[in-house]
Design a protein around this ligand. Structure first.
Ligand code: GLN
Ligand code: ZN
Length: 749
């Protein structure tokens, strides 16, 4: 039995790639130094996979920023303005990813979107009338050769043409179908070159197949591949899917001339059923059995049970998706051995593939027995009282009174804010100083008193500055928080934290999702101290800042022994306590971030409500259902793709919602208008994912655009998201422009 891995975390065991790339951004190392370090890292990973006995080792899963952007550039899909920049190819690449503002020009970054139902983000390729798809890049070949030179034969990985087209944006006047022949020819050229280089396999990632497909989508897919597959020569093609099942075109896939089909048996609820309906003898089934998204040990008995049901003649054991979505290794953690035994990060998952394959070959029965012990023992003691509390929730527990329109009137009187009130999303720059101080405190190098006075000082400084520039609703800045989830988890029972469990989120940014180990309850107040401190320093309103239950869950590694709905309600009850505590301490505006609500929206529409929204939205409502009418509840989302679920978002029953909008051209506003969205809105007026400073004019334009669609009394003015990843200089300049723009527009109203 052979084994395969779809992709491996590229940032490195100790986030080397992140640190080196950021050094390059700061001009501390040269391009050649960055390249050399990247090559070292790639080699280390290939060797690791090889030594773990993985038979199909991927290449080109490496990226300096994002593999979708790599693919776009491989095929010359680059906006004209960026193509014209007189920068080195690497700097042009980073300009597309992060925007560029300097002596060579001024371009915005490409839009960035969440990669399917994960917390990884990809850059959205842009097609317009001038786009000429052709093979111009070399990365995939160079990396294949680099591995070959080290004696490692790899299977290059590439985003497939269908997924590439389905993830891209098309300007007016062009559509995906216009590019079929160009794109087919360009991929065919990749086939030809890989043939020449002696590659035996190519993995084409087509995760878009797990989304709902229309007849037109199916036709598009078939049209591309029917031609393309006639060009493969000696090269074998693995059609790789993940994050779900391919129910809409499985019958096409088995007929097409692929050499291997990679299917997901973890998230693909129908995968087993599909394969059982028939799998051709001439193809290899790459069975995604090891969960590439969660960190729990694989249950070998369950996996074997699936494998034994597979009718395929040739099976390769594989991961359910790229291991990009899990941290590097459990070996770097100091959990107790009895806890560690339950976890498998990327490196350990390689061993699991090997162990499963040995067991299947009848060589390692003892491994099966050892594995079974993990699932039969009592891992945790469950909280009976909490269980009852959840069982006793009634419909009223999820309803806030009075209804929104009455609250809106009460709150307008209560706060007397100007039209177009200005605010920010919560965090201010986490400078090196801030991070260093927090780290020193954590390592006990700094006492509580010194630490507190440092945080208080930062809050004072930024409150004063916010007052000076005339922001209306202030924030304390979140300097005490490492991130949006861990900070909360640390004060909740049932949570475990890894030391080095980083997962790439976008570019050089990573997240360290905590692990939900047991039942969750609030141990002690979480945010009260600093929210109250900040409010006591100013007459202006300071927003309390919380993370919502759905986001806390979605950004944690969830339990697999109880439904996620149950864990979410546990978290919701804990955050509800915190909300009421803030209110009791004089905090009048409370923002409950649901930055990740959209993230776990099932990829298939038919599952949206039944599998998710039907419990996720009520979980949010539970959190604020008991607050007073005059307490204003804000929420925030880091994206604007909720056009299709606008009623559900309105149904969260928040008083104000802010969301990402600038990078996606404020498109959502039409829909909000059409659907009579009642919640007040703060569509982000500038993009915070880039160090670019928006001009007053630019922000005024955005506000004008908003006012064309949303009644002025419903509009808030704010940036896209929190500012913790930004520098102080650009943050201040941008927000000064934001308040000036709002003031100027108020005069027009
Ligand atoms: N309040 C958070 C912050 O400002 C929100 C961050 C987010 O939405 N990702 O950092
Ligand atoms: Zn955000």
């Amino acid at each position: 039995m052979t084994t395969s891995v779809i992709g491996f975390p590229r940032i490195g065991e100790n986030r080397e790639l992140k640190f080196n790339t950021e050094k390059y951004f700061r001009n501390e190392i040269t391009q050649d130094e960055l390249f050399a370090q990247a090559a070292e890292l790639r080699l280390k990973h290939w060797k690791l996979l090889q030594e773990a006995g993985v038979d199909y080792v991927p290449s080109n899963d490496f990226s300096f920023y994002d593999t979708t952007l790599d693919t776009a550039l491989l095929f010359n899909i680059i906006p004209q303005k960026a193509a014209a920049l007189k920068l080195s190819p690497l700097d042009k690449y980073f300009a597309l990813a992060r925007g560029y503002q300097g002596e060579k020009g001024d371009i915005k970054a490409l839009p960035m979107k969440k990669w399917f139902n994960t917390n990884y983000h990809y850059l959205v390729p842009q097609f317009d009338k001038t786009t000429q798809v052709k093979l111009t890049g070399n990365k995939i070949f160079a990396e294949f050769q680099e591995a070959a030179a080290a004696g490692i034969s790899t299977r290059p990985v590439l985003v497939g043409p269908y997924t590439l087209l389905s993830l891209s944006e098309f300007a007016d006047g062009v559509k995906p179908e216009d590019f079929i022949s160009q794109i087919t020819a360009a991929y065919a050229e990749v086939f030809e070159k890989l043939n020449k280089l002696g590659a035996s396999w190519l993995q084409l990632d087509e995760p878009s197949l797990v989304k709902d497909m229309s007849a037109q989508d199916r036709a598009l897919f078939n049209k591309i591949y029917e031609t393309l597959l006639t060009k493969k020569g000696q090269l074998k093609i693995l059609l790789q899917t993940y994050f779900g099942d391919v129910r809409d075109n499985y019958t096409d896939l088995v007929k097409l001339d692929f050499d291997g089909l990679g299917l997901d048996f973890i998230e693909g609820r129908k995968t087993l059923e599909l394969v059982k309906s028939g799998f051709p003898d001439g193809k290899i089934l790459f069975a995604g059995i090891i969960n590439g998204k969660n960190i729990w040990r694989n249950n070998y008995e369950q996996s074997l049970n699936i494998i034994h049901q597979l009718p395929a003649k040739h099976i390769v054991l594989s991961t359910s998706c790229s291991l990009l979505h899990v941290p590097f290794s459990v070996a770097n953690e100091d959990f107790k051995p009895e806890i560690k035994a339950h976890f498998a990060f990327a490196k350990e998952k390689l061993d699991e593939l090997g162990e499963l394959s040995s067991i299947l070959e009848g060589k390692a029965a003892e491994l099966l027995v050892k594995n079974q012990h993990l699932f039969t023992g009592n891992r945790i003691k469950s909280n009976q009282a909490l269980k009852e509390k959840i069982a006793n929730l009634t419909e009223d527990s999820f309803i806030r009174t009075p209804e929104f329109s009455k609250r809106e009137a009460i709150q307008k009187k209560e706060f007397k804010l100007p039209l177009l009130p200005t605010t920010t999303i919560g965090s201010f720059p986490q400078t090196r100083e801030v991070k260093k101080t927090r780290a020193r405190f954590k390592r006990h190098e700094l006492g509580q008193k010194e630490y507190d006075s440092f945080i208080a000082g930062k809050i004072d400084e930024w409150l004063k500055w916010q007052e000076e520039i005339g922001l209306d609703v202030l924030v304390h800045g979140e300097f005490e928080r490492n991130d949006m989830v861990e900070y909360f988890g640390q004060n909740l029972s049932g949570y475990l934290f890894s030391k080095n469990g980083w997962v790439q989120s976008y570019g050089t940014r990573g997240v360290k999702p905590p692990i939900i180990w047991g039942d969750v309850t609030r141990q002690k107040p979480i945010t009260i101290k600093w929210s109250k401190y900040a409010q006591d320093q100013t007459d202006k309103i300071v927003k309390g800042m919380l993370t919502g239950p759905v986001t806390i869950l979605n950004w944690s590694f969830p339990r697999e022994d109880i439904p996620v709905r149950e864990s979410t309600l546990q978290i919701a009850l804990a955050i509800q306590e915190e909300v009421l505590d803030l209110e009791g301490n004089g905090i009048r505006v409370i923002q409950i971030d649901e930055a990740a609500l959209r993230e776990k929206l099932p990829l298939r529409k038919s599952d949206w409500y039944s599998e998710y929204l039907d419990w996720a939205i009520p979980a949010f409502r539970l959190v604020h259902s008991k607050v007073k009418p005059e307490t204003q509840i804000h929420t925030h989302m880091c994206y604007s793709e909720f056009t299709d679920i606008i009623p559900a978002i309105d149904n969260m029953d928040a008083d104000v919602i802010s969301f990402e909008a600038s990078r996606s051209n404020l498109e959502i506003l039409d829909e909000l208008q059409a659907k009579h969205f009642q919640t007040e809105v703060g569509p982000g007026v500038y993009d915070i994912h880039s160090p670019r400073v928006p001009s007053i004019e630019e922000i005024k334009n955005a506000i004008h655009k908003i006012l064309q669609k949303v009644p002025e009394h419903k509009v808030w003015i704010n940036p896209d998201c929190g500012l913790k990843t930004r520098g102080e200089r650009e943050t201040k300049a941008s927000l000064e422009n934001l308040t000036s723009a709002a003031k100027e527009i108020r005069k027009e109203l």
